[in-house]
Design a protein around this ligand. Structure first.
Ligand code: GLA
Length: 391
């Protein structure tokens, strides 16, 4: 659906002119499960996005409509709580976040549509949260920084979707820039843009089309294990706040004797943070071979040590690992399904996709979806009510 169509659909239901907002999904080149450990990540926004159309209401009510689910939801600002309607919770969580920060909001009508594939690990939920945060800030003329909008969006995920995620997805959806990856320091929230120069190569996503059900609880478990490791070290080094502040020696001394399993998980994170630093240098130097190797090492860590991969993701990485035309491959995002991200030589992409789709179908009886990544810009207001900007 084009944004213009979205506006029309909104007007058909709500009979008034909306503000339109767009927030993209994201990829992550490297730095997985490091964000909630105060570590480094390297995401980029993509050209698939969530679109929100919004207008003020005279009353205190919240009226939502989801294009994808063809479903309505109604609530009130004064009684925002977790609902049984999953997609509405991402929006309600953002409303709650503004209210908890002391902002007052008017009632509103909101129509939501997106082309970020759901459950593919491309952060469609962060895109919904960020689009809602942008839309509400604009609608109520709130003075909130972009970083705070990302933080409000992240909190919605914690409190209304029950996933204790880091800041990477919401950050990328707000701050993305076409043709750039971003290296974000999740401890200081400082970030730099790195040109995504992949001369002769492209990033290709292979979507397993599976999302194993344990993903959310396993995610929170991993986070808890990391925090446990930090607590054990903190008892001896009070300044340590995150695994970011820890080195392998500390893990060997204070974590390994208490739990081998926690040690292995923490050790993966510490190594992954180092890989992001090396990857940033490799990308700046145009050393794609090195970047690819680091991605493969990340996959190995996520699969064997951090244990957030699954047989479908491992299969896809195994199939491309030895190929000359594929420099790097790894599972991307939280894990247990979703996509792998691959650096593939331009002219080899079609053949690789054809071959691997066939193998995947034979192995799992499932079809593979594939996307050649195009980066995009971060969240933006694409039309304010009663302006006629061209879309
Ligand atoms: C999910 C979370 C992110 C991040 C990744 C793993 O996408 O939402 O915060 O932790 O998993 O890197």
């Amino acid at each position: 659906m084009e944004p213009l169509q979205l506006k029309k659909s909104f007007e058909e239901i709500f009979d008034t002119e909306p503000i339109l907002v767009k927030s993209p999904g994201r990829i992550n080149i490297i730095g997985e499960h490091t964000d909630y450990n105060g570590g480094l990540v390297m995401p980029a926004a993509i050209n698939k996005a969530v679109y929100v159309a919004i207008s003020k209401r005279e009353d205190n009510e919240i009226h939502l409509f989801s294009e994808s689910y063809q479903e309505k939801f109604t609530g009130t600002i004064s009684d925002v709580k977790i609902s049984d309607t999953d997609w509405a919770n991402y929006i309600l969580g953002v409303v709650d976040g503004f209210l908890k920060r002391g902002f007052s909001l008017s009632g509103f009508n909101l129509y939501i549509y997106g082309d970020v594939p759901l459950g593919a690990g491309l952060s469609s939920s962060a895109a919904i949260e960020c689009a809602t945060a942008y839309a509400l800030a604009q609608l109520n003329q709130l003075s909130v920084s972009n970083m705070d909008l990302a933080l409000i969006a992240q909190k919605a995920e914690h409190e209304f979707a029950g996933v204790k995620c880091g800041i990477m997805d919401q950050f990328a959806s707000v701050f993305g820039k076409q043709d750039y990856a971003m290296m974000l320091d999740c401890r200081s929230l400082e970030h730099q843009y790195i040109p995504l120069k992949l001369d002769g190569y492209k990033l290709v996503l292979l979507n397993t089309n599976v999302k194993h059900s344990l993903s959310d609880s396993a995610y929170n478990d991993r986070r808890a294990q990391c925090e446990q490791g930090v607590d054990w070290i903190k008892a001896h080094h009070p300044s340590v706040q995150y695994l970011r502040d820890v080195n392998e020696e500390m893990l060997l001394e204070y974590v390994k004797p208490k739990s081998i399993e926690t040690y292995i998980k923490c050790s993966y994170v510490v190594a992954e943070i180092e890989r992001v630093k090396k990857a940033a240098t490799a990308l700046k130097d145009g050393n794609l071979q090195e970047l690819g190797k680091l991605m493969l090492a990340t996959h190995e860590g996520l699969s064997k040590a951090y244990e957030v991969s699954c047989k479908e993701l491992d299969f896809l990485v195994d199939q491309v690992k030895g190929l000359d035309e594929v420099l790097g491959a790894r599972m991307m995002g939280g894990g247990f399904g979703g996509c792998t991200i691959n650096i593939v030589k331009d002219e080899a992409i079609d053949e690789m996709i054809e071959k691997i789709s066939k193998l995947y179908q034979e192995q799992f009886g499932l079809s593979l979806s594939t996307y050649v990544v195009e980066t995009g810009n971060g969240s933006q207001i694409i039309e304010t009510a009663s302006t006629t900007s061209s879309l």
